[in-house]
Design a protein around this ligand. Sequence first.
Ligand code: PEP
Ligand code: MN
Length: 240
Amino acid sequence: MQIIAGPCSFETYEDTLATVDFMTKLGITMIRGGALKYRSNPADYQGQKEVYQWIEKLKETYAFKFVNEIYEPIMAEDPLIDVIQIGSRNMHNTNLLKQINGMAPIILKRHYAASLNEFLNHAEYLDESEVILCLRGTMGLWPQEQRFLPDITDIPRLRKMIEERGKNYKICYDVSHSACHKDYVEKLALVALLYNPDYIMCETHPAPYRALSDAQQQLGFKEFLALYNKLKNYEKFYAQ
Ligand code: PEP
Ligand code: MN
């Protein structure tokens, strides 16, 4: 299992440097983080294009893969992006999927109201690419306090359905968007590990209290380090 970590959005050069330095020293080489954000509400933080300059500068010193969400085909052509992320809200955007097919690798996030079958149908638009399917929590039927509910048992369900379709898609479990709050992230991640995902994605921020998006669910570095150590120990234990 590989960990993909980093903030919801990169907001300043200093924070970006702090994240890249911290993660690469831990041996985490897939670093996520939004630049231009796809938001449901135009009043919400929309991101900034300067992030690409910061990443370019940091790549001169650090070896890491930049995992970044795009929402227009032209954005995917940026050579700085090593792993393209398609957000939950764009899972159904077949025109976008067709246009990035062949670019690689792609993390396709499940729409929060999509069945696994529908999720897999959309992944087939990306058949020329290496695909990582990311479960990230779904919406419940009734109004609820948290935005999303963990879809953790869909890890083995999805695995079985991938095999039935004869595909070799990898599976990522996003513990941050599915837990909705940092207090639930650690235990959710440890349970997710039992279901054997290929990747676990976790949002982290050098100072979550001042994050401009998803502040409530991001782990500070200290909390993330504790989780990281537990994941590594549990992984060894389960492998015995
Ligand atoms: C994100 O990963 O920061 C994000 C916006 O995720 P999702 O598309 O799953 O809501
Ligand atoms: Mn987020």
